[in-house]
Design a protein around this ligand. Structure first.
Ligand SMILES: [Zn+2]
Length: 148
């Protein structure tokens, strides 16, 4: 095989997705039994627990124009997320994350982002895994979106 043509090959969507994920997210260190607990953990890290916050609009597998989380600003926020291929993602993350369930035992987790004033810049993206089901996540998205 010609190595030049191999290098010229465009990146696969899988590879592009992998690169987009850099820097890797860190694990918060806990497996949260429910979504509320994961949210409190993220809010506490972000210093926004029980403080006014702006909605973080996004889309879910159920639709667009949904409040998926809350933010201080677009560099400091969290969103409730679901990874459909969580078993595969969990297996991959197990090699470096320190947990075999980074994306949650059923795929539901909270993604915390702080590019504004992180204590540690290598931990600007933190994942909070939960044991909650997708149905629970949908309940939150609906409740949040309805409140607006
Ligand atoms: Zn957490």
């Amino acid at each position: 095989m010609n190595s030049d043509s191999k290098q010229a090959k465009p990146l696969t969507p899988y590879k592009q997705e992998q690169l987009k994920q850099q820097p890797r997210e860190a694990w918060c260190g806990k497996m949260h039994s429910n979504i509320e607990e994961a949210i409190v953990c993220a809010e506490t890290n972000l210093g926004m627990h029980r403080k006014p916050a702006q909605p973080y609009w996004g889309k879910t597998r159920f639709g667009e124009g949904v409040i998926v989380g809350w933010q201080v600003n677009d560099a400091k926020r969290y969103r409730l997320d679901f990874t459909p291929n969580f078993q595969e993602e969990n297996a991959k993350a197990a090699e470096w994350a320190g947990t075999a369930e980074l994306k949650g035992s059923q795929g539901v987790h909270v993604n915390e982002e702080n590019f504004h004033d992180p204590i540690d810049k290598n931990r600007s993206r933190i994942c909070h895994p939960t044991q909650a089901s997708l149905q629970w996540a949908d309940t939150y998205w609906r409740k949040w979106t309805k409140s607006r």
